[in-house]
Design a protein around this ligand. Structure first.
Ligand SMILES: Nc1nc2[nH]cnc2c(=O)[nH]1
Length: 433
């Protein structure tokens, strides 16, 4: 206990071992769905299920343990829900192999690692206006929620209007709606682990309705990870720079924004700055790089960490608890595989996390068109084009343009004009990005 106190400075932060472990358990319960949902989404993009499952756990454990021991923050890291959907849509729409797209993630991870060491990370974070940061996070939220609605059949294709309300009498749609209502009820009553409990209840209902079976059993010996199943050359021969750039930007903004939000909630910010920012970013960069090498999409600091902070978590011991529990899931891959085959279990998680990601919209100056419109167009384009990259591009083009016309050119960091020009060229000449 004394060793914990010393390593994590429990006394200085006014916490104790029991509170930290309870907080870690709380965060774990709110985010463990990712070991089910991530393989479900990425196996649809061709990565073998078992490979993504093991990679998801490896990325989460590496990132979260690094956060625990080097940054001492109560923040968990794992593959992000926005980027797994984006990964799948890049594979589907551009006809690329998953090995090539894993290559783009690996390169983005390496660049992120290098940037974590330099001052460029601050420059980039300061140059990008808040309105675009909030717009990007919220746009990803709408994009993943739309995927949840589509997967569950609540939204269906339409010739006349592209999309329409699906057939809600189908078992998967009914189960999804029931599960969603249950999770929301638990959340508004502030029950810890609402998402996890809801998913277990949907699984039991799915079992009774004959939609789910556990023929493969529940537990097994963990399978060995597969490393470097990727095609780095294909990234360059296909000129996938916009995809690398999108993964990199989203990883940096999402993680920075989330870490600042959670650290503020925990009272850990010092003079408006995040202590150990370098190590905190490194945790995510490392998880993204190692995760890509093992077979998953980029990682992010998890917004669900705020649940553990609400339960009293203040130090890396909370993160250590999450990391240990995540590692334990490696023994339950047969159960995870069965559960992830039923969209009704994974879709509510996508819809609810999507809602969490819209919180930043409250901070946009909606009364000023030069601030509001760039965020609005990002928000609209991400779900409609199923492309985070296109959403980012339109935001980066419209923001400096509107500021120029408004006579506020000086409010814009010079780097943004460079980005705007690059994205404009990309949209005109390589519009599928
Ligand atoms: N910040 C953040 N939290 C998440 N929780 C689940 N997915 C994500 C994500 O992509 N970003």
């Amino acid at each position: 206990m004394n060793a914990f106190n010393k390593t994590f400075q429990l006394g200085v932060r006014g916490t104790n071992v029991q509170t930290e472990i309870t907080a870690g358990l709380t965060t774990f319960l709110t985010m463990v769905y990712i070991v089910v949902v991530n393989p479900a989404i990425l196996s649809s993009a061709g990565i073998p299920f078992q490979q993504v499952f093991t990679a998801t756990v490896i990325a989460a454990v590496v990132g979260t343990l690094y956060m625990a021991f080097f940054a001492n923050h109560p923040i968990a890291v794992a593959p992000g829900m926005g980027m797994n959907s984006y990964f799948a849509s890049v594979v589907a729409t551009q006809g690329l192999s998953y090995q090539i797209v894993l290559g783009t993630v690996f390169i983005a991870g390496l660049i992120f690692l290098v940037l974590s060491f330099t001052r460029f990370r601050e420059v980039l974070i300061e140059a990008i206006p808040a309105t675009l940061k909030h717009g990007i996070t919220a746009g990803i939220g709408l994009f993943i929620a739309f995927n949840g609605l589509r997967m569950s059949g609540i939204i269906a294709p339409s010739e006349a209007t592209l999309v329409k309300l699906g057939d809600l009498s189908q078992p998967v749609a009914m189960l999804t709606i029931g599960g969603l209502l249950l999770i929301l009820a638990l959340m508004v009553r502030r029950v810890p682990g609402a998402l996890f409990i809801g998913m277990v209840v949907i699984a039991v209902a799915g079992l009774l309705m004959g939609q789910l079976d556990f023929k493969g059993g529940f537990a097994s010996v963990p399978s060995a990870p597969v490393f470097f199943d990727m095609d780095l050359g294909g990234v360059f021969t296909n000129g996938l720079y916009a995809v690398v750039f999108s993964f990199l930007l989203v990883a940096i903004f999402d993680t920075t924004g989330t870490m600042i939000g959670v650290a503020e909630q925990a009272g850990l910010m010092k003079d408006g700055k995040l202590p150990q920012a370098k190590h905190a970013l490194m945790a995510d960069a490392l998880a993204t790089t190692v995760g890509a090498a093992a077979g998953t999409s980029p990682s992010a600091a998890y917004i669900e960490s705020s649940a553990g902070v609400a339960a009293g978590g203040r130090t890396g011991l909370t993160a250590l608890t999450v990391g240990v529990l995540m590692a334990a899931t490696l023994f339950f891959s047969p159960a995870v595989e069965a559960i992830s085959s039923l969209a009704a279990i994974t879709a509510p998680a996508l819809i609810i996390v999507g809602c969490f990601m819209l919180a930043g919209l409250a901070r946009i100056e909606w009364g000023r068109m030069d601030e509001a419109f760039p965020a609005f167009i990002v928000l609209l384009m991400m779900p409609l084009t199923s492309s985070i990259a296109t959403g980012i591009a339109v935001g980066f083009i419209t923001y400096p343009l509107l500021k120029l016309v408004a006579g506020r050119a000086r409010e814009v960091h010079p780097l943004l004009y460079v980005f705007g020009a690059i994205f404009l060229v990309q949209m005109i000449f390589f519009p599928a990005g």
